[in-house]
Design a protein around this ligand. Structure first.
Ligand SMILES: Nc1ncnc2c1ncn2[C@@H]1O[C@H](COP(=O)(O)OP(=O)(O)OP(=O)(O)O)[C@@H](O)[C@H]1O
Length: 302
């Protein structure tokens, strides 16, 4: 039986008259990888800060490992939160960070951390304030992975990481998760890059949950048909279309819902091509929200 690790009912956070998180209902299950997605300011960090006991909710009920997280050391000990801009004591080096990690994380794996240091080519003895942006992110990623905390949050962990380093992170995360299952929450703009990692997708907008769905269900839930405009229009005539594009006599349309064998044969007869919709495209279609537009990174997923 799967255990529920996090349960939030009506979770709300206000800053003055502004409601940053608005009556959020959330359930996170044991040993799953969640994507917490949303535009800048959607409320992702605020939600994670409440779940990790760093912020008190203004309303609602919150249970993490069966208790209110704030001020419960036994709950906090089972969590690791890697913030976008992690702060470290002045004059600390990565070596100091990794040496002190076992004090905070009982499942800390020093050998795994060492391997990750080599993978990311991280200079262990350089002062943290002298590290490049990407190297600083690598410190956080290594702590997040090697801590093996039962509930791990990565809040946009990739800032400044180049494409190679980001893929090392994704690969190591998946490999280690397969051997040491735990609950992981990844907040990111780079949906297509992490799409294959995610088992569940939670999309937040303006403090509210827009949808909360199994990633496999979501992936197969739409198809794009492309070809001559008249053929596309004839094929989609009585179907729910969630997006259209066109150029001259060519068009493509994205249909919400699965196609059966008969549909596929008919599409082939009409000379249409079928393609699955990526998670990123689907989110844009379903919400009219292009998360990539907010990315501060130059290199975003295609
Ligand atoms: N201390 C604060 N005082 C006032 N407003 C705040 C405070 N912290 C956050 N906010 C506001 O609450 C909203 C949610 O912020 P949050 O950091 O949770 O968003 P986010 O989804 O993590 O965004 P990003 O992707 O940009 O990191 C934003 O509009 C933000 O400006």
């Amino acid at each position: 039986m799967t255990r529920t690790v996090v349960r939030a009912n009506g979770l709300t956070k206000r800053y003055g008259s502004f409601t940053a998180v608005d009556a959020v209902e959330l359930k996170l299950e044991e040993n799953r990888i969640y994507g917490l997605l949303g535009r800048n300011g959607a409320g992702k960090t605020t939600i994670m800060q409440m779940l990790t006991g760093q912020l008190f909710p203004d309303a609602g009920e919150l249970s993490v490992f069966g208790r209110e997280p704030a001020e419960h050391a036994d709950v906090l000990r089972r969590m690791c939160f890697i913030a976008e801009s992690q702060r470290y004591p002045e004059d600390f080096t990565p070596a100091h960070v990794f040496k002190s990690a076992p004090w905070f994380f009982e499942h800390w794996d020093a050998a795994f951390a060492e391997q990750l240091v080599a993978d990311f080519r991280l200079p262990l003895k350089r002062r943290i304030k002298k590290l490049s942006r990407g190297q600083l992110s690598a410190v956080g990623v290594i702590v997040g992975l090697a801590s093996r905390a039962p509930l791990t949050f990565f809040d946009e962990p990739y800032l400044g990481l180049d494409a190679v380093a980001r893929h090392i992170f994704y690969d190591r995360l998946l490999e280690d998760y397969a051997e040491h299952p735990r609950t992981i929450v990844l907040s990111t703009h780079l949906i297509d890059e992490v799409a294959n990692l995610l088992e569940h997708v939670i999309l937040i907008d303006q403090g509210r949950i827009l949808f909360d769905r199994d990633a496999d269900e979501l992936r197969g839930s739409a198809t794009t048909v492309a070809g001559p405009r008249a053929a596309v229009e004839s094929f989609v005539a009585d179907r729910p279309v969630i997006g259209r594009e066109g150029l001259g006599g060519l068009a493509s349309a994205t249909i919400d819902g699965r196609l059966d064998q008969g549909d596929r044969i008919r599409a082939a007869e009409l000379g249409l091509e079928l393609a699955p919709v990526s998670l990123q495209q689907l989110i844009i279609h379903l919400t009219g929200t292009d998360l990539r537009a907010d990315s501060t990174e130059g290199e975003v997923a295609a």
